[in-house]
Design a protein around this ligand. Sequence first.
Ligand code: CS2
Length: 474
Amino acid sequence: MSDTPRLQRRGKPPAPGIVHLGPGAFFRAFLAPWTDEAMKLAGGEWGIVAVSLQSSGTRDRLAPQDCVYTAVERGPGGDIARRVDAITEVMVAPEDPASVIAKMADPAIRIVSLTITEKGYCRDPQTGELLQDHPDIRHDLANPDNPVSAIGFIVAGLKARRERNLPPFTVLTCDNLPMNGRMARKVVTAFANEIDPDLAGWIETDAAFPCTMVDRITPATTPPDIDALASSAGYLDEAAVIHEPFRQWVIETGFTAGHPDWATAGVQFVSNVEAHELMKLRCLNGTHSALAYLGYLAGHETIADTVADPPFEALCTELWQEEILPTLETPEGEDLPRYCQSLMARYQNPSIRHRTWQIAMDGSQKLPQRILGTIADRLAQGVVPQGLCLVVAGWIRYVGGQDESGAPIDVRDPLADSLKTATGTDDPVGAVLAMDSIFEPELNAQRAFVEAVRAAYERLGRDGSRACVAALTS
Ligand code: CS2
């Protein structure tokens, strides 16, 4: 494809209004196209300055094409490619942190949005408290004007705005965490309090952290995806992203200084997003993680492959009907059984190759909100949710680092080392469940839960994942 011309911008880029931290594939398949559409439909100066907190890869791919790229919607019937013009610039924070802070303190910037994944918040996954001894947080508390973490940058940007008598920007988190805005407010304020309690007070009273529910399945882009786009579109786009047709974004109202007219492009604004978030985290992300661990162990590469195997399709139905839906309130405008049916259709989309390995990453950060809260609620209703206990056992097998054929698993998780050590002891289940940054002590104190996970772990070792799933759903 070396002679294919590179994608180029037509016309002028929009004026910036947003700084976005974490410009990975999900951002490029979701927030950026949605903002692009809102500007194209309703106007407004909401161009996005994208900031990579770690590597220069995204900048190196986007800069040679004027920050324009293609979002490819991949439905069962084929692809629809759309150009996204909303990104104005990509900055690489470690190369020049002061310029990133200066950009956040620019009066034109009214929103700082985030897709930094669960672990980017440097919080205890179970309590939500800021991890003061996280290496990045320790670094940033000692060097607040030269930060490395998203939290350090947000506080430095807010501090610079306060010094310039500017209103704070709105912090808009778009990560899959329950009450993600409240959680971001908590870690940002805790950090600010360590360096300047007055600043923390100003953030507490004046800044806005709306909660959001975000949803669009976005598998990692592969080199064949880039080649296929080059053949069909006639240009090379190294920053292209692939996504499913479905998307849903529910945002709480209350921004400090306005926002793009996202509603024109189909975003829902509500006064409280909690019921939507729980529905999505428990129904979608909960079964996604279930399919990721149990599917991977059974040798399935993608979600579509996994649900094409009948016991795994039945597993989802069982989890939704018997274990998850009884813990949920119906959010306004939703129908839970219909929502779950539509999830199954999305998982079955054969054109989306969403790898079980990709979803299995960072389980220590994901399990509490996807699986463990549901288990706790179901136990409180007097029922031991055997399916979700099997998922926890599957995850413990997975982080043990060996699949059912004896091959090593490339486990990616901030707690991978501790998990590996725990699974190597005489009592792997007991040792993992004792990790109190993941498991609430109240949950561990419930004998029925511990016994169910232990029994499922034994069965998985003896019979294998597929047989365990088949036995559960027969
Ligand atoms: C997935 C999510 O990778 C994962 O953990 O469960 O990224 C999922 O695809 C999105 O939340 C869908 O909106």
